[in-house]
Design a protein around this ligand. Structure first.
Ligand code: NAD
Length: 296
């Protein structure tokens, strides 16, 4: 098999990541189906994509005709069979919970054609922890996009020992076709490259905040001014979702048993309070203010 055989792409999970990954696939010329168990998630996905693509057209990034053509290649359904039954390539982007992902892969294995590649967009879970839920471990791997996928030009493609060379190569080619820079990791490691490095930064930022060395806003300020980071670690947690980071920490802690990997108290509190960042209007910062959009 090679990239020429990949025509239909299915994206499973239409949340912050999935809807934009599906749009990338449709823009890249693939017939694409986006699936979610929640009808309202698909509804929101379509609205958000229409808004973003409308902006792309007004900024001259794509033509109206290209936008229309991409939307014509994109369908949405709550029926997993309909989404994956014809798929040559599946990208799973459901909630970062190991048991949910395993369940989805088990179902996909039964539904998707035997030749289909099954990729997970997990932020941290290596595909060997999921591949054995299928009868095609050679066709399972990590394909890790960054938030927001329509903006961030990087994908970590992670090859496990179970993954075939062909699967890794086709996945790299898919990234190329959807206009994303792909980097191949030849061995699995939990969290991959970028999130391992980012995780250390966030861990240190949370340590400094929780121990009263500085306010979180000032830690963000130092990171942007002194380190020239485009965004501070707390603002970044708000952007990508505090719950997403929390699940990643929980998963890492489950895997290592190292107390240093346990989610910090302040993160537990935010998740319990439902203050998950921009998507809920409040996280570290408050986004409900009409004055500035961002209020502490
Ligand atoms: N948000 C980020 O910054 C980011 C970045 C890279 C990777 N990821 C990874 O992408 C995945 C999705 O993250 P997200 O931020 O889009 O989450 P999200 O919570 O925004 O969306 C998850 C979606 O999955 C759906 N879902 C849950 N169970 C399902 C199932 N069994 N079948 C179909 N759909 C189901 C939910 O209804 C929801 O719409 C996670 O594995 C996460 O670690 C997230």
């Amino acid at each position: 098999m090679n990239i020429q055989n990949i025509r239909h792409v299915a994206v499973i999970g239409a949340g912050s990541m999935g809807h934009q990954i599906a749009m990338l696939a449709a823009l890249g010329g693939f017939s694409t189906t986006l699936h979610d168990i929640r009808e309202d998630a698909l509804h929101d996905a379509r609205n958000k994509l229409e808004e973003i693509m409308g902006k792309w057209v007004s900024k001259g990034k794509i033509s109206e005709a290209d936008k229309e053509a991409a939307f014509n290649r994109l369908s949405m359904t709550t029926d997993l069979q309909e989404a994956a039954g014809q798929a040559d390539f599946v990208i799973e982007a459901v909630v970062e919970k190991w048991d949910v992902k395993r369940d989805v892969f088990q179902k996909l294995d039964k539904i998707a054609p035997a030749h289909a590649i099954l990729a997970t967009n997990s932020s941290t879970i290596v595909s060997s922890l999921i591949a054995d839920a299928t009868r095609r471990p050679d066709k399972v791997l990590n394909m890790h996009f960054f938030f927001p996928p329509l903006v961030m030009d990087c994908v970590e493609v992670v090859k496990g020992e179970h993954t075939s060379e062909e699967t890794a190569q086709i996945t790299m080619d898919v990234c190329h076709k959807i206009n994303r820079t792909a980097v191949l990791l030849k061995k699995e490691i939990s969290g991959f490259i970028a999130n391992r490095i980012l995780g250390k930064l966030q861990q240190e930022a949370l340590f400094l905040y929780e121990n009263g060395y500085a306010d979180f806003k000032d830690i963000d300020l130092i990171c942007t001014k002194a380190l020239n980071h485009p965004i501070g670690p707390f603002a970044l947690m708000d952007l990508s979702g505090i719950d997403v980071g929390y699940y990643v920490m929980q998963q890492r802690y489950r895997e290592t048993g190292d107390p240093a990997h346990k989610p910090p108290k302040s993160i537990e509190e935010k998740v319990k309070a439902g203050h998950l960042g921009r998507k809920t209007g409040r996280g570290w910062y408050d986004y409900t203010s009409s004055e500035k959009g961002v209020k502490s």
